[in-house]
Design a protein around this ligand. Structure first.
Ligand SMILES: N[C@@H](CCC(=O)N[C@@H](CS)C(=O)NCC(=O)O)C(=O)O
Length: 210
């Protein structure tokens, strides 16, 4: 593929936080030439958004990517698009598997919405998220990764929801809450050892504190 430019904010105190990182991890794993442009919400996003609307880009949000002069938006559809362009590299092998992957991706969207609401919510919401919501999703994904020998959600082949699950565990500070979740531990271990991912993670300023 031609060089891909990925646009996203920097959210809070961590360069990897929130949705853009899902796409970045996939681009890195695939070894695609990419540039990650970080926008500030106040200074340059409002102007950029107005310009994108003017160009006819339907409902512009971040992340979006630009490749070959074309723009593609929304996290999961971007990941699906890249996979298709690479010969379904990160898809399943039949309609049933692909339906399952889309279903898992939707669950990760629901989890992310809960996390986002807790992130901007009061202390009570944050505590509820940490003590009730996060363990619920850890349990749910532990069961889904147990369905196959692993390490990935469909078994040996990595697919695009694996990137979403890994990054949510990271975003939700759950990578170190997997003691009772052997299948998720196996998944995280395998994911972080993927050659391109390993190289990329080593470049992150806050990786050692994960
Ligand atoms: N469903 C979209 C949601 C994207 C979204 O809401 N992005 C936020 C940042 S995380 C955004 O662009 N907010 C600014 C805006 O809507 O103008 C996705 O997954 O990419």
């Amino acid at each position: 593929m031609e060089k891909i430019t990925l646009y996203y904010f920097i959210v809070g105190d961590k360069v990897t936080r929130a949705r853009g990182e899902n796409v970045k991890l996939l681009l890195e794993d695939a070894g695609l030439d990419n540039e990650y442009v970080r926008l500030s919400r106040d200074e340059n996003w409002s102007a950029k958004k107005a310009q994108l609307i003017e160009e006819g880009f339907l409902s512009p949000t971040l992340p979006y990517i630009e490749v070959g002069g074309k723009k593609f938006g929304k996290t999961v559809p971007i990941m699906q698009y890249i996979s298709v362009k690479l010969g379904n590299k990160y898809h399943g092998s039949n309609a049933e598997e692909d339906q399952y992957l889309a279903y898992v991706a939707e669950i990760t969207n629901e989890w992310f919405e809960c996390l986002k609401n807790a992130f901007i919510g009061n202390d009570e919401k944050k505590e509820n998220h940490k003590n009730i919501v996060t363990p619920r999703y850890i349990n749910l994904f532990e069961k889904s990764y147990a369905k196959h020998d692993g390490p990935y959600i469909l078994g040996e082949k990595i697919t695009y929801p694996d990137f979403l699950v890994y990054h949510l565990l990271d975003d939700d500070l759950a990578l170190h809450r997997l003691d009772g979740s052997p299948n998720l531990q196996k998944f995280v271990g395998a994911f972080e050892q993927r050659p391109n991912i390993k190289k990329y993670l080593a470049t992150l300023p806050d990786y050692s504190s994960k």
